[in-house]
Design a protein around this ligand. Structure first.
Ligand code: F6P
Length: 341
């Protein structure tokens, strides 16, 4: 068989582990040929690919990023692929395509599959917000990075008697904020799933200081929103080109807390540091298992499907189900965190 593999969307620790696993299982286990498309779906459209042998994936298990490169594809260009899906597969001699990606990539994968391309998807995202799998690789690494940051920030916060506002990734779902906030013992956790009250955060900080504690850490997801009317700092700034730009929630919240509390506050925006670098052992194992199962699904002819973790098992689920809605943090998990929302 000739199997194509590509990585699309934002990168994520563990992508290389999947590529390596696909190549090993396909070549060693089945005697297949594997080609890797460069820069996601762009490489597929532009016929930019290279043959992947065991040597080309040697030493990449622990490496962050993706050796194939990644990109986000515009809608119009995606139609180019779906309009010619069967023709494209035939021309490239593809028996199967294994796209590795998040919500956007899996939606594109489903469209290609519907258009006649034999596709088996592999989910990835540090955000852990894909509904039909219990976990995505990359999440454990991101939580580890954010937790370490919170641990480190506590000592400097205490030295200077400050409030630290740590902004972590998560536009639509607050899994990273929830778990790193819990693991790091943040004193306030703000998630996109539930609006927070700035007054509650101020009360929490004041109570801590009244108890003799001289610092506080608030962990806020980038997509978290204050309840309407609860935050004064709402306005954006006009940039030199005349556009109104809004500071991220971490920056605005730190300014607001400093102003209201009369205590020094500092924002720390973790950003892409959460996505870079070496994957944890957990993420390497999950990514490797996903790659192995994707190749097995290809050989069973289970197309239009995606690998998923259910409990400790890897199952195949329809791509159509995978992308219907995002997995958000449920109320029960927010209550467990016992924080200020
Ligand atoms: O989907 C993963 C994610 O890391 C989000 O949490 C974040 O908002 C986004 O990607 C950032 O993407 P970009 O790399 O395009 O800035």
């Amino acid at each position: 068989m000739r199997i194509g593999v590509l990585t699309a969307g934002g990168d994520c620790p563990g992508l290389n582990a999947v590529i390596r696993s696909v190549v090993h299982r396909a070549l060693v286990g089945h005697g297949d040929e594997v080609i890797g498309f460069e820069d996601g779906f762009r490489g597929l459209l532009e016929r930019r690919y290279r043959k992947l042998d065991l040597d080309s994936v040697s030493g990449i298990l622990a490496r962050g990023g993706t050796i194939l490169g990644s990109s986000r594809l515009e809608r119009a260009r995606l139609s180019e692929a779906t309009d010619n899906a069967e023709e494209l597969s035939r021309e490239l001699g593809l028996d199967a395509l294994v796209p590795i990606g998040g919500e956007g990539t899996l939606t594109a994968a489903r469209m290609l599959s519907d258009a006649g391309m034999p596709v088996v998807g592999v989910p990835k995202t540090i955000d852990n917000d894909i509904s039909s799998t219990d976990r995505t690789f990359g999440f454990d690494t991101a939580v580890g990075v954010a937790t370490e940051a919170i641990d480190r920030l506590k000592t400097t916060a205490e030295s200077h008697q400050r409030v630290m506002v740590v902004e972590v990734m998560g536009r639509h779902a607050g899994w990273i904020a929830l778990e790193s906030g819990m693991a790091g013992g943040a004193h306030g956790i703000c998630l996109p799933e539930r609006e927070f009250q700035v007054d509650d955060l101020c009360r929490m900080v004041e109570e801590r200081f009244a108890r003799g504690k001289k610092f506080a850490v608030v962990c806020v997801a980038e997509g978290a929103h204050p309840a309407p009317g609860s935050m004064d700092y709402q306005k954006g700034e006009i940039d030199p080109y005349g556009h109104e730009r809004f500071a991220g929630i971490g920056n605005r919240l730190a300014v607001e807390l400093e102003h209201r509390l009369g205590k020094e506050a500092r924002p720390v925006i973790l950003g892409h540091v959460q996505r870079g670098g070496t994957p944890t052992a957990y993420d390497r194992v999950l990514a490797t298992r996903f790659g192995w199962h994707a190749v097995e699904a290809v050989h069973r002819g289970e197309f239009g499907m995606m690998t998923a973790l259910h409990g400790t098992d890897i199952d195949m689920v329809p791509l159509a189900e995978a992308v219907t809605e995002l997995k958000r943090v449920p109320e029960s998990r927010m209550d467990e965190a016992e924080s200020v929302f």
